[in-house]
Ligand binder design. Structure first.
Ligand SMILES: *[C@@H]1O[C@H](CO)[C@@H](O)[C@H](O)[C@H]1NC(C)=O
Ligand SMILES: *[C@@H]1O[C@H](CO)[C@@H](O)[C@H](O)[C@H]1NC(C)=O
Ligand SMILES: *[C@@H]1O[C@H](CO)[C@@H](O)[C@H](O)[C@H]1NC(C)=O
Ligand SMILES: CC(=O)N[C@H]1CO[C@H](CO)[C@@H](O)[C@@H]1O
Ligand SMILES: [Zn+2]
Length: 401
């Protein structure tokens, strides 16, 4: 089967558990046709009027848990794959969304527990609604996308999603997939976490305290699944006083060296901790002192995104060519005090130069690799690609539920 292009230009092409099947439907439906249940999402969820009635609430809670369980088990297996039609130059967006759709835990978490309540047809169930507002446009739309993608009978396209980014990523021009991913993350975070989500960067005893504090105000699926944390220790060379500073990250850059394609990933693997020296005002010495800054990751995310920095910062051209990366690696995580094994899940590929080119993706489906090129997809033998740009790794060693 490998090597056969399937699902040519039909957004309905569905390959179920990699039993690749082709439908010849050509009609491109717009998302207004997306079925009733999915269009509804949090929008129509009403606040439960009888809030004082504990009994009712418990019942409701139990019902909701059962409902989620049932959905988890029966309805959405998150096992399909589909091509995504690309009517304009949206491959930067399509390849990114395609990768997210292949992250099982993300889809499940975002869709089920997420963020603006549950999606469902059961009329008598009311969903948690405190997080729902019209501001949650992007979360809702992404949820609808997950819904449409994974139900075979649903029509699927990005036509309703695309306009939400028309301003930031105007149509008919080229854009950067990493920039889009970061923007999507920030939008979801601000929609769900709200304006109160401030995280003071210092004043914690250790990383556990810092991460606990972070989680209090950052509850979105993005924070749960994609956010990691750095700890930087500033140490005064004079009096040895230490100050710990914590900051979140969602992606890690790998600096590319064209004459040494091994270098960037090797550096990432072998030097988890970096040290540099700088000047700093020391409050104990009451003067500016030389200080040592040691920086390392103390909290690893479920999904780790690494991106090759393929833009040459000096001559502003794209660094093309193979960059080495591993399918697996292991990291010791100080927060959970254990080794985490990461396996590659998806790769976004960019072919071309800085101002033109095409994005595609290779994603894991079960034990196979599937190559996605807009509406086309096919099985491929491996995930290693010369034009790899953004790498998604996943670990099963972090419990996120
Ligand atoms: C594929 O085609 C069959 C028969 O034409 C139809 O019953 C089925 O719903 C189609 N599937 C999708 C995903 O469009
Ligand atoms: C790139 O790699 C080559 C060969 O290993 C090395 O000599 C050179 O210093 C590297 N360049 C940078 C900017 O790290
Ligand atoms: C992707 O698909 C287009 C047609 O839609 C084709 O022209 C192009 O060669 C394909 N690219 C790759 C890398 O397969
Ligand atoms: C911004 C906001 O209201 N967030 C709330 C979302 O819902 C969770 C639990 O239902 C609350 O803990 C958050 O405060
Ligand atoms: Zn000092």
């Amino acid at each position: 089967m490998a090597g056969v292009v399937l699902g040519v230009c039909t957004i309905y092409s569905v390959c179920c558990s990699l039993k690749l099947a082709m439908n010849n439907s050509n009609s491109v439906q717009d998302c207004r046709n997306c079925p009733d249940g999915s269009g509804k999402l949090g929008n129509d969820v009403e606040k439960n009027g009888a809030q004082g009635e504990t009994n009712k609430e418990t019942q409701l809670g139990r019902k909701l848990v059962e409902f989620i369980k049932r959905q988890n088990e029966e309805k959405r297996e998150f096992k399909l794959c589909r091509g995504i039609l690309n009517p304009s130059l949206d491959c930067f967006m399509i390849s990114s969304i395609q990768c997210f759709l292949q992250l099982f835990e993300f889809c499940r978490n975002f869709y089920m527990n997420g963020d603006d309540g549950c999606v469902g047809k059961d009329e008598d169930i009311k969903y948690p609604s405190e997080n729902i507002s019209d501001k949650c446009k992007i979360s809702k739309e992404l949820k609808r996308i997950i819904d449409c993608y994974y139900l075979e009978d649903k029509k699927f396209s990005l036509e309703q999603f695309r306009p939400l980014y028309d301003k930031e990523f105007p149509r008919s021009s080229q854009h950067d997939a990493l920039q889009f991913i970061l923007s999507l993350f920030e939008n979801i975070q601000s929609e769900i976490n709200g304006d109160k989500a401030h995280f003071p960067s210092s004043g914690y005893k250790d990383c556990k305290e810092a991460w606990e504090q972070y989680q209090k105000t950052h509850t979105s699926a993005i924070d749960k699944l994609f956010v990691g944390m750095y700890e930087s220790i500033f140490k005064c060379e004079e009096c040895s006083k230490e100050v710990k500073v914590y900051e979140e990250f969602k992606t890690i850059s790998l600096y590319c060296n064209q004459s040494d394609p091994e270098a960037s990933f090797k550096e990432f693997l072998e030097h988890p901790e970096s040290t540099e020296f700088s000047q700093m005002m020391c409050h104990d010495c009451e003067s500016i002192q030389k200080c040592q800054i040691s920086k390392k990751i103390v909290k690893y995310p479920k999904y780790m995104i690494l991106a090759f920095q393929r833009l040459d910062p000096i001559i502003q051209t794209k660094i093309n060519g193979r960059m080495h990366y591993e399918e697996e690696f292991t990291r010791q995580c100080p927060l959970v005090e254990k080794d985490l094994k990461y396996k590659i899940n998806s790769v976004i590929i960019h072919r071309g130069e800085i101002n033109y080119g095409h994005y595609t993706a290779i994603c894991k489906r079960g034990s196979e690799w599937v190559y996605f090129n807009d509406s086309h997809f096919k099985e491929v033998a491996e995930i290693i690609n010369d034009d790899a740009y953004i790498l998604f790794y996943e670990t099963d060693d972090i419990d996120v539920m």
